[in-house]
Design a protein around this ligand. Structure first.
Ligand SMILES: NC(=O)C1=CN([C@@H]2O[C@H](COP(=O)(O)OP(=O)(O)OC[C@H]3O[C@@H](n4cnc5c(N)ncnc54)[C@H](OP(=O)(O)O)[C@@H]3O)[C@@H](O)[C@H]2O)C=CC1
Ligand SMILES: O=C(O)[C@@H]1CCC=N1
Length: 282
């Protein structure tokens, strides 16, 4: 519990709500210590009703008494938000950004504030099952690192790294990761329906197959290729299916997709707001 700290969250969207819910659920902070800021009062009322936190439409007001400031706006809004907060954050405070691509240097110079933590969580944070990769500037104190660790632990697992480039990599692999998993699930469920299963049964088969495989892998700590070989009987169904996946370039497609996300994260950091969809195709 860090009940003496005031925490302010700028950008009260999906990820901000996951953080607020995690902090309250895990009793890291009482609701009265949390203030969120964003442009829409209706969104503010929702959060106030749901969590009992405070809300303001004025970002500068939200940070005025903050010990910890979390930045959770979209990358495209970052420049405006930083300009509005410049010189408004107390010198003793720490800033924690979860914004994809935004470097510590850009946040620090935009705010004229040296103590900055950069983190990349993911959406399973909403149920405390996320994973966050994070790093910090030299000006962040031990106590601030401990506070950040407590906050991020409320979202699930956390991994501190020294190398900031790992943040763009984590954005591609784990930050964006749930999107790959949900697409994979959706495709499997649709394939089951295509075979003739009622959707409800296809959903149950796919969900438990993925859940069971993940837990089996976590317990066995065996190489995935070995576990896959156990499923693959000579001349059997798995061999037939895997042949098609390899022929369709399944691994290469995944690898290219993750490189595209990595490059996109780096581009967002350079302030490039959009990209043509085919940019990363071969
Ligand atoms: N979604 C994900 O899986 C992950 C996202 N991230 C990062 O988290 C950040 C937020 O993403 P997400 O929560 O999905 O996005 P959302 O769009 O849900 O949240 C962004 C919030 O910022 C608000 N906002 C817009 N302009 C301002 C402003 N000038 N001042 C204050 N608030 C503002 C928006 O309000 P309104 O809705 O009214 O426009 C909205 O509530 C992004 O930078 C993203 O890169 C990191 C990890 C995972
Ligand atoms: O799509 C995005 O840009 C964000 C960052 C990580 C996950 N979603």
């Amino acid at each position: 519990m860090m009940s003496s700290q005031n925490l302010s969250i700028i950008g009260p969207g999906v990820m901000a709500e996951a953080i607020i819910a995690g902090l309250i659920r895990n009793q890291v902070l009482p609701a009265q210590k949390i203030i969120a800021a964003g442009p829409r009062p209706e969104r503010g009322s929702e959060l106030v009703e749901r969590y009992g936190i405070r809300f303001t439409a004025d970002n500068a007001e939200a940070v005025s008494a903050a010990d910890i400031v979390i930045l959770a706006v979209k990358p495209q809004k970052l420049r405006t938000v930083l300009a509005g907060l410049r010189g408004k954050i107390a010198p003793h405070a720490v800033v924690l950004s979860i914004i994809a691509g935004a470097s510590i240097q850009s946040i620090s110079s935009g705010l004229e504030h040296p103590a900055v933590i950069r983190a990349m969580p993911n959406t399973p944070a909403q149920i405390g099952q996320g994973i966050t990769v994070w790093t910090s500037s030299l000006a962040v104190t031990e106590a601030q690192l401990e506070a950040a660790r407590l906050i991020l632990s409320a979202l699930g697992q956390e991994i501190y790294v020294e190398e900031e480039n790992y943040l763009d990599m984590a954005t591609a692999l784990s930050g964006t990761g749930p999107a790959y998993v949900f697409l994979f699930m959706e495709a499997l469920i649709d394939a089951g329906v295509h075979l003739g299963f009622p959707r409800r049964i296809a959903e149950q088969l796919v969900t438990q197959t993925i859940r069971g495989s993940v837990e089996y892998y976590a317990l066995k700590k065996d190489h995935p290729a070995h576990l896959r070989n156990q499923v693959t009987s000579p001349g059997g169904t798995s061999a037939a299916a895997l042949y098609y996946l390899e022929k369709a370039g399944f691994r290469t497609a995944l690898s290219r997709a993750i490189w595209a996300a990595y490059e996109r994260s780096q581009e967002l950091g350079r302030g490039k707001n959009s990209q043509p969809p085919e940019k990363n195709s071969d």
